[in-house]
Design a protein around this ligand. Sequence first.
Ligand code: GMT
Length: 374
Amino acid sequence: MKVGITCYPTYGGSGAVATELGVALAARGHDVHFIAYEHPFRLPSFVPRVSFHEVSMGQYPLFQYPPYDLALAVKMHEIAQQHALDLLHVHYAIPHATSAYLAKQMLAKAGANLPVVTTLHGTDITIVGQDHSYHAITKFSIEESDRVTAVSEFLRDETVRAFGCGNCRVDVVPNFVDPTVYDRAKADPAIKQDLSGGRPIVMHISNFRPVKRVRDVVGAFARARKSSDAVLVLVGDGPERAAAEDEARRLGVIADTRCLGRIEAVAPLLAVADVYVLPTDRESFGLSALEAMACGVPVLGARVGGLVEVVEHGVTGELCDVGDINAMGDAIARYLTDRARWAAASAAGAKRARAQFALDDVVSRYESLYRDLA
Ligand code: GMT
């Protein structure tokens, strides 16, 4: 099939999922066309059967807010015609589902059909889509999509609740992980040595937005640090990075904290981590938690949203109340000091990631959904 994929190309779970899906589809022989304003961050430089089409934006002094959604619709329309796309799969509803709707209507005028699949990822439903300024168009664009998927049951239910999409079917297709890439057997001792001198590693990876509560990561680590000699490794960058470093200074753990900034290939880092921490405010899935589990890293997270569908509490990690830094710190400490407990959670996480969220299984589900539409 010929599939167009639109996503946010920047550091984040929805772009990672969209890109890895596209690469996996291409490996199965499909032609994949990414349509976005930048090269997706997880797209290796060249992949057979994968093309990237940049959305170019005409500028004009009148535009205080250049209309990206229109330029995107035009590019979708152009690529769909030029490459005879069988369908468009957009990730994150705003504005991608709306642009896809416009492109579909433009093609319909010429007698062509372009089915649109919209995958809902998170704040497109839980925050931005519920803002009054976007609510009606988000509801409309979801209802006009030919198929809608959500990455967790939580997100499906929240979509129905917030948008009252009585007659729109939302299928849950979870995010996935490639178990051949996210694999503790591939851990490189030299990386661990470099990061921590061989000491245990507590890790967090995100775009450091306020929703991720990165200061709680530092607070929980500082508490756990009292009973272990662990090192905190923070990966990523964003608005809360400086505040997280300040917190590490304030709590006296800055010397045990390493901030690596944005790193695109995180599997080699996760493979040497001992505990992964995701104390987030809200999370429709928590892709990084799944990637950590696949690498045999127990996950310490907040009991929110779809994260409870990924982490099995008491088995592959522990989930605490949002903001309960003491409980999180104590749970981290238990994994760091009780080797048997750690080994059981590590093995259970690696097994669950492969059994429930393996790339091959999930990509097959998308493929069959595409076939239903073609
Ligand atoms: O929704 C967002 O704010 C951004 C999005 C992203 O691009 O990272 O994150 C969401 O999608 C991810 C991939 O499906 C999920 O793993 C994240 O849980 C989800 N983020 C939130 O719900 C806050």
